[in-house]
Write a protein that binds this ligand. Structure first.
Ligand code: ADP
Length: 814
């Protein structure tokens, strides 16, 4: 029999099996033990405390460091039908009260807070009276001074726990494995005989690539132009470098944004959201970016500079491929990176002990870059994990690139350094090797050296890269002082004496991080539309891996959809049909044969049977009044509360309890919990006072047809247009936005080549807006509606964009 844990995993998350370690961690927590779980970034920590939260009675509080990301986490929970809430400084007092009421009424299972909240006495008053079953501390390394993200506010956590009347189960999660951090967490959180889980740090789907030669900039541009559609993060060491890279990418027409501590909070928030919501593909950032970022479809992480330690590096690359899909991590190394990091340590840390600790870590990182063994093995070894084979998924194992013998050129460089008496830096060396008439060269009489001008065939940049590569491979030493000076070492002498050959790999950027297929692009577009409508990031709807599985298995009914990893019951109800329809159209148009097993054929048969519903107008009007009242209270429009069609279905099917209400199309757990009671009591009241006869029938897989209306909503809207009805009236009656209706018209024209009705589009935009929209269309392509919206001033609405596109590109002859 399936365990309770697994059943919940399937039901809510739609995943079919646990990842490594998850099941053990969950059952330990469920059995009442404190836990410290160390799992790599992307390993799936959230599920480890969320599933126990669902099993326990009472509330789970999650302490998480980044308030900007809590909303996405809570949105994701709600979207799965889990009662999640958040309290932090981003919400209003009214919203906070609402959350507190939900908590008091037992309508919240998981509450996210930032550690600072633990200092608020009003919060403590409310919370200390609640039944708290678990406190989960996410990113628990923030409590340790030795962690790379130390936060003073984390030190308040254990005091808070002590204040509680009953001690809940305490669970701590981090990706940082070092012994000292681990000990700090147990001690500072006062964990009670915790079970410590180290699930294994390997992230098999990440390809680790370290590049020590060539020009970083051209590598980056080549790589990105080969992976235009993919989401990626580019980390650089300084704000200035981030600004430069981002500007260059944008100038070249790539869709990039940036993040660093020098930007205003608003800009950081906006840029981060643009990236998370797939509005831009590339995020250029310092290491300030990324903690808690849940975006699962990051296909590559490029380090433009070497990071300061292995933990930070592994955490940053861990942000790639959280969805388990193959992803690439590329470190572009140059010897100056070491200098930059040393400078940053000097600038930022005063405490001598911490400073030395950071230097040791920097050395470990530098050794990693120079290492010739399997990179994965090296990293796992740092985390105390034994990895006794080669991974065949890193650039050392795969020996990528073409080996080129560079011994003679290396000898030219080395002998020039020798003749210049080891006293100069790269710029002067380049000048001499290229035969520059620079004043200083003449002043030192370097124009008389035999090596003067012997590398004229190299450009300055090429030569700089070559010298850097020699330093990277330790054929030259970089001696630091006021200015870094190039010097020779044992290895250089061997080359000069022809005892050792110098061979480098020349890298070609050829591969794409991922191959997209046409259906994947279609499904991604649908996901984006839904994400814009619902105001949640695309990955909250479905992850890339889920969409990809759909493009391989072509699920066409509920059972097949639920078999796709990432499709749970609630999500199926919400989005299943839209995706099924798109897949069906694709399969039909491309004559793809989809295997139909007997079970599926049966399903198809059942699906073809209708459940006919006749609306009860009187009851419908009553329900509509209730819906308007709720809308007024929530300051929104009625259709956002419950759709008209759901109300019609309720009025004709008469659900008399919450379970039956679940069977009404469009009634998800959130709507049921907010409005269910009120609706059910009105239905019951109506039945009683009118002696209405009621025979409840379950929908099963039948299609609901209300009042004989079997047309889909887009067909209804288009028919109304054909009848000459006004667009705003159609929008009101169908409860579909004008922009969506204009989208239907566009699709219709794409399919049939023309429309047989008049469209008055001019009312949706003015002249100035039209010019701006047309300019954006010319630049970005008129099919990129979301990108166009993003580029334009925010007052220009979607409906204006769609109207201009229709007029200019689809109805030109009309
Ligand atoms: P982290 O350990 O970094 O906090 P998350 O909890 O954010 O990782 O999980 C990373 C991704 O992996 C998320 O998209 C999550 O939905 C997915 N995931 C977690 N557990 C599973 C599972 N058992 N099967 C498939 N995907 C999973």
């Amino acid at each position: 029999m399936k365990s309770k844990e697994l059943a919940l995993l399937e039901k809510y998350y739609g995943y079919k099996s646990f990842r490594k370690g998850q099941e053990d961690i969950i059952s330990t927590i469920v059995n009442g033990s404190d836990v410290l779980a160390i799992m790599p970034t992307g390993g799936g920590k959230s599920i480890c405390y969320q599933i126990p939260a669902l099993i326990f009675e009472g509330l789970t509080i999650v302490i998480s460091p980044l308030i900007s990301l809590m909303k996405d986490q809570v949105d994701a929970l709600k979207d799965m039908g889990i009662q999640g809430e958040l309290i932090n400084s981003s919400i209003s007092a009214i919203e906070e009260n609402k959350v507190i009421n939900n908590i008091k009424e037992g309508k919240c299972k998981i509450l996210y807070i930032a550690p600072e909240r633990l200092e608020s006495s009003s919060f403590l008053n409310v919370i200390s009276n609640c039944n708290i079953s678990q406190i989960a501390i996410d990113e628990a390394h923030c409590i340790s001074q030795w962690g790379h993200d130390f936060r003073t506010s984390y030190t308040k956590v254990s005091g808070f726990i002590r204040l509680l009347k009953k001690r809940p189960i305490i669970t701590a999660f981090t990706a940082t494995a070092s012994e000292e951090v681990r000990e700090d967490i147990v001690r500072l959180l006062n964990l009670n005989n915790p079970k410590i889980f180290i699930t294994g740090f390997d992230r098999e789907n990440l390809f680790i690539n370290v590049i020590k030669s060539g020009d970083k900039k051209s590598y980056l541009h080549n790589y990105i132009s080969n992976n235009k559609e993919a989401s990626g993060v580019i980390y650089a060491a300084t704000r200035k470098e981030v600004n430069n890279i981002c500007e260059e990418l944008c100038t070249k027409g790539y869709s990039a944004t940036k993040y660093h501590a020098g930007l205003s909070e608003n800009d950081r928030k906006k840029n981060q959201e643009d990236f998370i919501y797939d509005r831009v593909n590339l995020m250029v950032a310092t290491n300030a970016f990324g903690m808690g970022i849940d975006k699962p479809n990051i296909r590559f992480v490029i380090h433009y500079n070497m990071p300061k330690n292995i933990e930070g590096y592994y955490q940053e690359i861990g942000r790639a491929g959280r969805d388990g899909e193959k992803s690439e991590c590329i470190l572009l190394f140059s010897p100056q990176d070491v200098q930059i990091q040393k400078y940053l340590i000097e600038q930022s840390i005063e405490n001598i002990e911490r400073k030395n600790n950071q230097y040791n870590k920097l050395n470990q990182m530098t050794d990693f870059v120079y290492s010739n063994e399997c990179y994965r093995k090296y990293i796992l070894d740092c985390f105390g994990e034994i990895y006794d084979h080669n991974c065949d998924n890193c650039s050392n194992c795969l020996n990528e690139g073409e080996l080129v013998d560079k011994t003679i050129d290396a000898q030219k460089v080395l002998s020039c350094i020798y003749r210049m008496k080891h006293k100069f830096g790269t710029t002067m060396l380049i000048d001499v090797l290229r035969g520059s008439k620079n004043k200083k060269v003449i002043q030192f009489s370097f124009d008389e050296l035999s090596t003067y001008g012997i590398m004229k065939d190299y450009s300055s940049l090429e030569l700089k890269n070559f010298i850097n590569t020699l330093v990277s491979h330790r054929y030259i030493s970089l001696v630091t002082g006021t200015y870094p000076v190039l010097g020779l070492n044992e290895k250089s002498m061997k080359v000069l004496k022809s005892e050792e050959k110098v061979t480098f790999k020349e890298f070609k950027v050829e591969k794409k991080a991922r191959e997209d297929n046409e259906l994947f692009t279609i499904l991604k577009e649908i996901r984006k539309e839904i994400s814009i409508e619902n105001g949640v990031p695309p990955y909250v709807i479905f992850g890339d891996a889920t969409l990809k599985e759909m493009t391989i298995k072509y699920p066409l009914n509920k059972e097949q959809m639920l078999n796709i990893s990432g499709v749970g019951e609630v999500k199926y109800k919400k989005y299943g049909e839209v995706f099924e329809n798109a897949i069906r159209t694709f399969v039909d148009e491309n004559n793809i044969e989809v295997s139909t097993h007997t079970k599926e054929t049966e399903d198809a048969k059942i699906e073809s049977i209708h459940l006919d519903v006749t609306t009860n107008k009187e009851l419908f009007n009553k329900l509509n009044d209730i819906r308007c009242e709720f809308a007024k209270k929530e300051h929104t429009i009625p259709k956002m509360i419950i759709s008209q069609n759901s109300l019609k279905e309720i009025s004709g099917r008469y659900p008399t309890n919450l379970d039956q209400l679940k069977d009404i199309t469009g009634m998800g757990p959130k709507k049921i919990s907010s409005y269910g009671e009120k609706i059910i009591s009105s239905v019951n009241e109506y039945i009683l006072s009118n002696s209405q006869e009621v025979n409840w029938t379950e929908k099963k897989k039948k299609k609901v047809i209300i009042d004989g209306e079997s047309r889909e909503i887009h067909e209804i809207a288009l028919d109304m247009l054909k009848e000459g009805k006004e667009m705003t009236l159609i929008s009101d009656e169908t409860e579909v936005s004008i922009s969506t209706i204009l989208g239907y018209v566009t699709d219709y024209i794409k399919e049939f080549g023309e429309v047989q009705f008049n469209l008055n589009l001019d009312e949706f935009y003015n002249e100035e807006e039209e010019t701006l929209i047309v300019n954006s269309c010319e630049k970005l392509g008129y099919d990129k509606v979301s990108a166009i919206k993003k580029e334009l001033p925010s007052y220009i609405k979607y409906e204006a964009i769609r109207a201009v596109i229709l007029k200019k590109y689809f109805l030109r002859d009309n």
